[in-house]
Design a protein around this ligand. Structure first.
Ligand SMILES: [Ca+2]
Length: 353
């Protein structure tokens, strides 16, 4: 009797420890990326195990039909992003693994963009994680994992552009994986023509706990939008996380039309990554006494608008030189619409007329 009471107490203590870990998962706030302006140097952070901003000469993501797109003005940041093509009636591009060290808990951040007219159909797969024992290949759709063979935890872009979890685990209701909808704050439904910062955390459970402690989190633009706790993914510790680039429509359905989605700035790390910061954090140095008088707010705003408009104008000119008149025209249109008060708006208007 004493032994069983002692065992129950130590199990409760162990479960309590596991709960404390769950509680420590961040809800958002500054992540690893907050220290690296425009992700510069982020690849060298000791917690980062995979980084690809599609700016190099080659990319490990340019596989299975996916390619690097350098159309001016297309990327989230820099010159390149990933073009993910979908053919009407096809499941392609098929999923592929990204090499990372074996691990039990990872964060995966990327940026996602859906151009105007994009049709989410019945939903498509997005990046995430899976695990499989040696000798267990793909093609197990519709089979409940047994704890020793495999599991999956990824994001899907669902019907109407609403991101949710899709996960195969030991306690799932049926043969197919479970869906975990957004359950924190207001649900986000993707709009076209806009970049979104996606982040997924997956923690495989410690095995043989009385209460399983597997967990998933999803952040959109740095805001926690979905969480699931208490998941039993596995019954052996040897089943560890592998990163997966998934981008196919299905289940049983396919892309409703031939179209492309775009992605940029992929990072996988051992801690919360968070959105890219575009300006350096404010320096903490003491302000010198003799300073140039600060610009009036109106003047500063105007200068900033001139600068932004100038940047877009340069991009439009570059597109023109490359013979991409549609892109150039779109950019000139943006200048006229967004920066009507600037000197550059006049020049842009002349280009459209
Ligand atoms: Ca890029």
């Amino acid at each position: 009797m004493r032994t069983s009471v002692g065992l129950a107490l130590s199990l409760a203590a162990f479960a309590g420890m596991a709960w404390a870990e769950t509680a420590a998962i961040p809800d958002g706030g500054p992540g690893i990326a907050a220290r690296y302006v425009r992700d510069g140097g982020l690849a060298s952070d000791p917690r980062v195990v995979f980084f690809d901003n599609l700016e190099g000469r080659s990319s490990k993501l340019a596989r299975s039909g996916c390619s690097v797109d350098t159309t001016p003005g297309r990327a989230f940041d820099g010159a390149g992003c990933l073009l993910v093509p979908h053919e009407q009636g096809s499941h392609k591009p098929m999923a592929f693994d990204l090499t990372i060290p074996a691990g039990d808990c990872y964060f995966f951040r990327w940026y996602a963009y859906f151009p105007e007219g994009y049709d989410f159909g019945k939903g498509e797969k997005a990046p995430g994680f899976h695990a499989s024992a040696a000798g267990v290949g793909g093609g197990h759709a519709g089979e409940r994992p047994n704890g020793r063979d495999r599991f999956t935890a990824k994001i899907c872009y669902g019907k109407g552009g609403e991101a949710h979890f899709y996960y195969y685990h030991m306690d799932q209701k049926g043969g197919y994986g479970d869906i975990g909808h957004q359950n924190v704050g207001q649900r986000v439904r993707f709009e076209t023509g806009q970049w979104y910062c996606m982040e997924l955390m997956v923690r495989a459970n410690d095995v043989n706990l009385p209460a399983p402690n597997g967990a998933m989190r999803m952040w959109i633009d740095g805001q926690l939008r979905a969480k699931v706790d208490g998941i039993r993914f596995r019954s052996v510790n040897t089943l560890t996380l592998k990163a997966h680039h998934s981008a196919y429509f299905g289940g049983h359905w396919t892309s409703p039309k031939t179209q492309s989605r775009f992605e940029d700035n992929f990072v996988i790390a051992r801690g919360y990554i968070g959105p890219m910061v575009k300006v350096p954090p404010k320096p903490r140095t003491v302000v010198a006494r003799k300073m140039k008088p600060a610009m009036a707010p109106e003047e500063a705003k105007r200068a900033q608008q001139e600068k932004e408009a100038g940047r877009l104008y340069q991009m439009a000119r570059q597109a023109e030189r490359m013979g991409q008149r549609d892109v150039a025209k779109r950019l000139y249109g943006q200048i006229v619409e967004r920066f009507a008060e600037t000197s550059i708006a006049e020049k842009a208007r002349a280009k459209i007329d």
